[in-house]
Design a protein around this ligand. Structure first.
Ligand SMILES: *Cc1c(COP(=O)(O)O)cnc(C)c1O
Length: 385
């Protein structure tokens, strides 16, 4: 199978050839029947774990009923999902559905450009160590020079990035249409922004009529404990993008905005976006996650995971410097090569991720059990001893 993959699939990933064939909760099983504790949810995608029976049921039911008609017709679960997202966000938003994070960000960029261009503004400023996707525009929006490889040039114009939130406000001029930020940078190293400073930026944006785009592709959908990280930060951004955790494993992205009248019919669209299967599934995902939050299970998981992560760092002071992040989007700053430590964890059958700034990253399913957390950390202790 490995040979087939290497022959026929383009090698765009530094792929690990562990061959998973099924999953249950926060456990994955390989072809030899060995179990792995999954502290990654893919990359923040399977928030309700693997083999979830509620998700499986809704997918199978919808597949038998209706899969696709196109966006030229009413799609009831799409309308219901948009309403639900707006209600959960707590302020009035219109939603456009895409199929991925990058595509949602493309939609956000188009929206911000159309809004800004009326006043001659179309530049977008982002932050260093950000990650916004792999399309030509979102690559350029990504604030890491490594992603701007000249072999892919020319890139989309009108983007620049700065070191921090203060620099963002300093750099803004009469060409600036929008700021685009992650409240907790995921790929860039699980770096949570300062709350007071974020609020200052949000006020600054209002004052200067600069749109605030918050990329919640990774932080959104209860990952930080609230539906949106923006709620934790106490802001109501002009535009928010969602993707990873929204579909529980099916591909879906979303652009949320309070500027509901910018796009006119025909100015933006997607063949697959917001189809029956994914929107019906996302409705179920939100229902289950909301229940998890109401029953305080999510808060308990966050607290317990935090406790275990902190004792891990204390136990191995020569390997780890400190914990980072928010909710169940966590990181550990490493003193030794994070890539090597991630491999060590994998050998003891725990999946963790590497992120920027030599960070080991944790994105466990939000409904992970105490037993699974215990087992995962027990294995990590063995891995690092
Ligand atoms: C993963 C991610 C993206 C890209 O999402 P894709 O679905 O891979 O296109 C964009 N922004 C952030 C913050 C992400 O974490």
């Amino acid at each position: 199978m490995e040979k087939m993959d290497k022959t026929y699939v383009l090698r765009t990933y530094a792929r690990d050839y562990t061959h998973f064939i099924k999953g249950k909760g926060s456990k994955l099983f390989d072809a030899d029947g060995k179990d792995f504790i999954d502290f990654t949810s893919g990359i923040g995608v399977t928030s309700l774990g693997h083999g979830n029976k509620h998700i499986a049921k809704v997918i199978s039911k919808q597949a038998k009923k209706l899969l696709h008609t196109s966006n030229l017709f009413l799609i009831a679960p799409q309308a219901k999902l948009a309403k639900k997202i707006s209600e959960l966000a707590g302020y009035e938003l219109g939603v456009f559905f895409a199929n991925s994070g990058a595509e949602a960000n493309e939609g956000a960029i188009k929206l911000a450009r159309k809004y800004g261009n009326k006043h001659g503004k179309n530049h977008i400023i982002t932050l260093k160590n950000s990650f916004h996707g792999r399309t030509l525009a979102t690559l350029k929006a990504t604030g890491q020079d490594d992603f701007h490889d000249a072999s892919f040039s020319p890139f989309v114009e009108g983007f620049s990035f700065v070191n921090d939130l203060d620099a963002l406000m300093q750099k803004a001029d009469n060409k600036t249409a929008a700021f685009m930020i992650e409240l907790v940078q995921g790929e860039g190293g699980v770096n949570a922004l300062d709350k007071a400073k974020v609020q200052e930026v949000a006020d600054f944006c209002k004052e200067k009529d600069i749109l605030l785009i918050v990329d919640e592709v990774q932080t959104g959908v209860f990952r930080t404990g609230k539906f949106l990280a923006s709620q934790y930060y106490g802001i109501e951004p002009d535009i928010i993008t969602l993707a990873k955790g929204l579909g529980g494993g099916v591909p879906i992205g979303a652009v949320l905005t309070k500027h509901k009248d910018i796009f006119k019919a025909g100015e933006h669209g997607s063949t697959f976006g917001g189809g029956f299967l994914v929107t019906q599934t996302a409705l179920k995902v939100l229902e289950r996650l909301q229940k998890l939050q109401k029953q305080k299970c999510l808060q308990q998981n966050i607290k317990y995971f935090d406790k275990k992560l902190n004792s891990l760092v204390k136990r191995f002071p020569h390997l780890f410097e400190k914990t980072k992040g928010l909710g169940l989007m966590r990181g550990v700053k490493c003193k030794e090569d994070a890539k090597l430590l991630v491999q060590k964890a994998h050998k003891k059958r725990v999946l963790v991720l590497k992120a920027g700034l030599n960070t080991m990253r944790f994105l466990p399913p939000l409904n992970i059990t105490k037993k699974e957390i215990d087992e995962g950390f027990k294995r990590l202790e063995k891995a690092f001893s």
